[in-house]
Ligand binder design. Structure first.
Ligand SMILES: [Zn+2]
Length: 240
């Protein structure tokens, strides 16, 4: 693990964040998104499922629309207007060509220089096992960043090939390399997570705002120790 994080690249205009579930981006990454949209950059979200299996007390048919609404509200807090859903099945997303194709097609449509995703490793560190959906989507995003530029792979997508992806930034990584100073976006990062109220209320008895603040500010402070004392969101940066 790097002793000090390198600053994230800033010479880009469009980013596409691709994750498995509503809430995946709000556990930290959203503060970075707020900082970027403040600087005039465009960020869009692509969510592989509607998170319909994410709340024990609400059955999937009812849960999906609730979580979709919460995700759109979360995105709006950090300056993101475009939120798309792929409708893979929550909990049982399969890694494979169908998932890679859906993500490559979205990359070709959005033409991002930076793609963002969530930790695809087996664990969150130590013995905290990661979920199958995060592993499948994270790996497929890293693969699709290359697929999108190859006109012989998935040749039938609506948009033409896009080989302009320069980096994939992985949030929640066990071995981050880069970080972004979120001094300006931290508060909206907290509020962005609070928008997942139905999800958080089913998860904990803690007040949603106190829960979100503790998590987001806590992790930004922890990263600050390796980023000149600035509250930060770390990423593992892959170059393409
Ligand atoms: Zn998730």
């Amino acid at each position: 693990m790097a002793d000090r994080f390198e600053p994230m690249p800033e010479d880009w205009q469009r980013a596409l964040a691709v994750v498995a579930h509503p809430d995946d981006l709000e556990y930290g990454c959203a503060a970075a998104v707020a900082t970027w949209t403040d600087a005039g950059r465009e960020v869009s979200y692509l969510i592989a499922t509607r998170g319909e299996a994410g709340i024990d007390t609400i059955a999937p048919a009812e849960c999906g629309p609730v979580r979709e609404r919460e995700e759109r509200a979360s995105a709006a807090v950090v300056g993101v207007d475009v939120v798309e859903f792929l409708d893979h099945a929550d909990g049982v997303i399969e890694y494979g060509p169908a998932l890679r194709r859906d993500i490559a097609a979205a990359i070709r449509r959005h033409r991002p220089e930076l793609v963002i995703t969530l930790n695809p490793d087996d664990t969150w560190g130590g013995t905290y096992w990661n979920t199958p959906d995060h592993r499948a989507v994270g790996r497929a995003v890293l693969d699709a960043a290359g697929d999108a530029g190859n006109r012989w792979i998935f040749p039938d997508t609506e948009a033409p090939p896009w080989n302009g992806v320069r980096w994939v930034a992985v949030a929640g990584s066990n071995s981050p390399t880069h970080a972004v100073d979120v001094t300006g976006g931290l508060e909206r990062g907290v509020r962005s997570l609070v928008e997942h109220r139905a999800y958080i209320e089913a998860l904990t008895d803690q007040d949603p705002e106190a829960y979100a603040r503790e998590l987001i500010e806590g992790s930004a402070r922890e990263a600050a120790a390796r980023f000149g004392g600035h509250p930060a969101i770390p990423f593992r940066l892959f170059r393409f």
